[in-house]
Design a protein around this ligand. Structure first.
Ligand SMILES: Cc1cc2nc3c(=O)[nH]c(=O)nc-3n(C[C@H](O)[C@H](O)[C@H](O)COP(=O)(O)OP(=O)(O)OC[C@H]3O[C@@H](n4cnc5c(N)ncnc54)[C@H](O)[C@@H]3O)c2cc1C
Length: 503
């Protein structure tokens, strides 16, 4: 096996140059790191291609020598796997290291074309440099996360362009056999393509989706749609005092999204999701969840609720938006439970400023504080969803709150609400250096996955340690279809074997 890797790396060194390969101890340790309970996964080496042609060379060499690859774009998939591969011993293909160019920005048609290494921060800075006429949808996660990698993992933001895969248009992909595929309008066999990054639904089947949460190819280029930056953005926030107010909140949010009156998604965050980014748990104890009294004190300290709802309006001026703010104010405050927090007031509360940034397409670091809520750097995302039905959402809250508490962990969640569905972004922060706590975090994730699947609810994204678990929860024809596609597009199985359970 070692000999195969050595000849693979020798071939790449001669074709791409010594600078395209890194097998130093420090690099192998760094690329294997993640925040999962299952431990780090040390790779066999790291390769840095600088073009699509070089990606083809890497894939063909991997086929020739039977070497498994693991592509990453910027590798900021924190809480889902970071930059580490499904298993140890793979070769990380770090695309973003050299392929980090913005290939095009069309200001009139409001789209950009990016290579894998273009981060939210890079795109934001470039749009500001060009006069801030266009806005991108960002995550509230790491600003160095990439637009392409995030879209491929079905990541999302909070503006009307929140659906990062949905608002991508046209990909270039190196398949597992080394061939180049262009999706959408790009499938036309012609040198000069006019509508590749403006028309999503062109001739034939929509193949783009095959490259999300899979291992069928390496995406080397993608179009992303941008919004014209609105002259004014005014956020609004409502703090509710009780855990069970979630039922009322979901019922209040639904009509405002179904009618599209509110253009952003609603961020419905619990107390710990907001205050947890502002410092360590005041009551950290490995085996016990934080007390109700300590949660209450944190709410008082930061001026947030048991649940806090955030959204925003866009318009020509703050004054023009005022009547819309008044309408949501009356809507949320009619039962007498909600406390209104204005845009100006929220700007002084750091976790609500994170929400304002997210609605404004401005990358920010604030939410990363959640990683430090408990010591030891452990972090997993559990991402089921609920229909926009207050009763069901509240039942799911009770279920998860109990499972977190049973495992001595702190229930931390944000429901991101659209018209019909809300994604429940559950953060499990745990001390990875404490063996017992690490095991409980793992057991907590597994217990919630089991309970939700038993209720007919699936996750939206899977952390590395649980790809096989969730793949095993799918129906047999789904698994068979995935394997058949894998064998057709990557016959030797060189790209990210086992990712999302697919082999
Ligand atoms: C506090 C916090 C808040 C967060 N908030 C959000 C949020 O609001 N929204 C959100 O979506 N996420 C969020 N995240 C999760 C995550 O950090 C981001 O989604 C991040 O953008 C993903 O990393 P990336 O963009 O660098 O992608 P990468 O790590 O580069 O890619 C993700 C995965 O996709 C595959 N892949 C990447 N590039 C390619 C390619 N070119 N070809 C084939 N396969 C590829 C790889 O398997 C890779 O592991 C948050 C995380 C934290 C810790």
């Amino acid at each position: 096996m070692t000999a195969t890797f050595d000849t693979f790396f020798k071939e790449l060194e001669s074709r791409l140059g010594a600078g395209a390969i890194n097998r130093s101890e420090e690099t192998l340790v760094r690329y294997g790191e993640n925040t999962m309970p299952g431990g780090n996964r040390r790779p066999a080496g790291v390769v840095y291609p600088s073009s699509t042609a070089e990606v083809q060379i890497v894939v063909r060499a991997a086929n020739a020598h039977g070497v498994p690859l693991y592509p990453i774009s910027t590798g900021n998939n924190i809480g889902l796997g970071s930059r580490s591969a499904s298993t140890p011993g793979l070769v990380i293909v770090d695309l973003g290291h050299k392929m980090n160019r913005i290939l095009e920005i069309d200001e009139r048609l409001a789209y950009a074309v990016v290579e894998p290494g273009v981060s939210y921060q890079t795109m934001y800075d470039e749009l500001v440099r060009r006069g801030n006429k266009l806005m991108l949808d960002v995550t509230s996660g790491p600003p160095q996360g990439g637009m392409l990698g995030n879209a491929l993992d079905k990541g999302a933001g909070y503006t009307p362009y929140f659906d990062h895969f949905g608002f991508s248009c046209g990909m270039e992909v190196v398949l597992g056999n080394g061939a180049i595929l262009r999706t959408g309008d790009g499938s036309l066999d012609h040198e000069k393509l006019v509508n590749w990054h403006t028309s999503k639904y062109s001739f034939g089947p929509i193949l783009d989706g095959l490259f999300t949460q899979s291992n069928f190819g390496i995406v080397t280029r993608m179009g992303v749609w941008l919004l014209p930056r609105p002259p004014a953005i005014q956020s609004f926030h409502f703090a509710f005092p009780d855990d069970d107010d979630l039922e009322e909140i979901i019922e209040l949010c639904r009509p405002l999204k179904l009618s599209n009156f509110v253009p952003t998604l609603f961020r419905v965050a619990n107390d710990l999701y907001l205050t947890g980014s502002e410092g360590e748990s005041p009551e950290y104890s490995s085996g016990r969840a934080i007390s109700a009294a300590a949660r209450h004190a944190l709410r008082e300290k930061f001026g947030v609720g048991a649940w806090t709802v955030s959204g925003a309006f866009y318009g020509p001026s703050a004054a023009a938006i005022e009547p819309q703010i008044q309408r949501v104010h009356d809507h949320f405050c009619k039962s007498g439970k909600a406390r209104y927090i204005s845009h100006e007031e929220a700007g002084k509360i750091p976790p609500l400023q994170v929400a304002i940034n997210a609605f404004s397409g401005i990358p920010s670091l604030g939410e990363l504080g959640l990683l430090k809520w408990r010591p030891g750097g452990g972090n997993i995302w559990f991402t089921p969803g609920t229909p926009m039905d207050g009763k069901i959402a509240n039942e799911f809250q009770h279920l998860c709150r109990k499972i977190y508490a049973d495992h001595g962990l702190d229930y931390t969640v944000m429901n991101v609400c659209g018209p019909r569905f809300a994604r429940g972004l559950h953060v499990i922060t745990f001390n990875r250096e404490n063996e017992d706590e690490r095991k409980r975090a793992d057991a907590c994730y597994r217990a919630m996955s089991k309970e939700f699947a038993a209720r007919g609810v699936f996750v939206g994204r899977a952390p590395l340690d649980y790809h096989d678990l969730h793949f095993g929860q799918t129906m047999a024809p789904f698994r068979e279809a995935c394997s058949a596609i894998k064998h057709a597009l990557d016959p030797k199985g060189v790209i990210a074997p086992g990712r999302y359970g697919i082999n």
